[in-house]
Design a protein around this ligand. Structure first.
Ligand code: HEC
Length: 147
């Protein structure tokens, strides 16, 4: 039970307080409008053609953008996208997309963010997270079954 509470606390904190970023999240958010057509507003892509980048590690994202720019990673679309971006722009975009959560997109559709199942030492729990407001997130945990 202690582990579960720790896990939930960590999830909550990760959702609300993104880790210290190298780039500027707000500047990245402003630039991100040019990405949302393919990768979705928060980096959760609505299409199978485009990868989700929400919540991805900042250093991974900035490294990929640099690779597209240098040609180390070859993709015509992304190469064209990063062409006009400066190193600072790429760091800011990486900071923004790493700060977004892969569940944030649901906040507009429904109050229920996600319903994951967690297995704590063989005991299954169903976890519901409700976003009451942008400041408040409620967890409800239901004990399902023992194996
Ligand atoms: C026209 C569609 C399109 C737009 C606009 C676009 N991307 Fe992409 N992006 C793609 C595609 C397609 C891929 C997969 C390419 C590949 O296979 O390497 C990709 C891959 C990526 C990846 C690598 C993901 C991974 O998991 O390795 C990153 C990071 C990324 N894009 C960031 C961005 C950013 C930041 C922007 C805005 C500045 C942007 N993209 C705009 C289509 C797009």
């Amino acid at each position: 039970m202690k582990n579960l509470i720790g896990l939930l606390a960590m999830t909550g904190i990760a959702l609300m307080n993104p880790a210290q970023a190298e780039g500027d999240i707000e500047a990245g958010r402003a630039l991100s409008t040019q990405c949302s057509g393919c990768h979705g507003v928060y980096g959760m892509s609505p299409s199978e053609q485009f990868p989700n980048i929400a919540g991805q590690k900042e250093s991974y994202l900035s490294a990929q953008l640099r690779k597209y720019k240098s040609g180390d990673r070859n993709d015509l679309t992304m190469r064209a996208i990063v062409g006009p971006l400066s190193e600072e722009d790429m760091l800011n975009l990486a900071a923004y997309f790493s700060s977004t959560s892969s569940v944030a997109r649901y906040s507009f559709d429904t109050e229920t963010l996600m319903i994951p199942y967690v297995d704590v030492a063989g005991v299954m729990f169903k976890v519901e997270m409700l976003l009451d407001s942008l400041e408040e997130l409620t967890f409800s945990v239901t004990h399902l079954e023992e194996r």
